[in-house]
Design a protein around this ligand. Sequence first.
Ligand code: SF4
Ligand code: SF4
Ligand code: FES
Length: 471
Amino acid sequence: MPKCIIDSKEYEFKAGETVIQIADRNGVDIPRFCYHPALTVVAQCRMCAVEVDKMGKLQTACSLPATDGMVVHTKSEKVKQAQASVMEFLLINHPLDCPVCDEAGECQLQDYSFSYGAPDSRYDEMRRTYMDLDMGSVIKKNMNRCIHCTRCIRFCDEVGGYREMVALKRGNSTEIVTVDGAPLQTQYAGNLADICPTGSLTLKDFRFKKRAWFLKKTPSVCEGCSQGCNIEVHQENNVVYRTHPRENMDINKWWICDEGRFLFHYVHSEERVLNPSVRDGTSALEKMDWYDAVEKVSPKIKGKALVLVGSDLTQEEIQAIQQFAASKLQTTAVYHYGTENILKAADDTEEDKILRRTSKTSNLHGAEKLGLKPWKSADHNSGEFDCALVFRGGRAMVLNQLRKCVKGAIVGVGVFNSGAVDSYDAVLPGLSFVEKSGTIVNWQGKEQRLNQSIAPLGESKSITDILQLLR
Ligand code: SF4
Ligand code: SF4
Ligand code: FES
């Protein structure tokens, strides 16, 4: 294998690898703005300058293929001068508004300014300012903070599915815009905020909500579809503020879709039923404590029972329900449900060429693996069941057409909104995907772990605890 030397240490590399790739793999820190491993290399910010023996000028590490015997210096005086000059150039027009910028605390420009820049500015002229057009519902643009690295343009061209961002004008007047100022169409717009190395593109949803350094981060998995994209859940004081993609080269690379990014909001919805609630006849659902609710619900679970299991539940939850159905209810009518018209794993296909899948629940493939068959109401007779238990994690479609097949009580167990349970006789509140841990299986058959990031909200309990109370 060929070898090169970076900062006096020898590293092996594969033919074709660039200096920045070798450095990244071996923990050698080279600053960069325009380089992103997922995107075409353009070498235009010059922040990754390195000195190479026998090459007169500084080279850009992101575009320089390593050669056998190459000797690279990333921290020489010449390199430090170049890095300071690049920082000075990039900050000439920057508004230095970190105190009011959402990117502060996780901003590459801020970090590099501290590590590689000068403590003061020689610039006395008026700074350039822009009027920003709206870019749609996901991204807030602030061109005054832009350093023209073009990561956003390349993301749209190469990943997001639409060629919809361009650099307009030239030199000092350069402006990054959407074509004709149109709102972004990509379903992956949130990733623009992640890859923008400054606060020029930030999430509207997260704007001014929380300073980044207060957030505690838990690695977990998105529950938005059967892709199972890896995410981090960011919370403080038991409130989730955002989810963020977590790199997994086998599943989602560096990205998540917007639907998955923002779906956590239902967790804190005012509509969510967070107390055990039971209906008496035709009255509204009445909140009560667990003791009273179990007293009222238990006698209603009798006779021939139907058990419907959301394919948004974890493997452990499904197994607990299967055991409960077999031992306490002695029923074999246990079915899974989740997405309209996606009844089995074989129906689950690509929704686009990027990540999204047609199964809008995360564990359809796991539910099938545990032997559950899909629920098809058309296959059942009117009044066939005496009661029904409907388990739901928060993402499966809400089943509201059960009355025809169920003579007696319909009891929802899990995450439900009050406006969506008109036909239910009771709701026993369970945990959403950020309040519990467990295993889910994605469409590739990969088992992944959900990790609890906040404590259960309200009076909600785990499905295992609720089943214990009903025994
Ligand atoms: S908006 Fe951000 S990602 Fe796009 S060119 Fe400017 S700094 Fe780079
Ligand atoms: S593609 Fe599916 S799993 Fe991935 S972020 Fe979107 S909804 Fe979540
Ligand atoms: S990161 Fe190499 S030139 Fe920008």
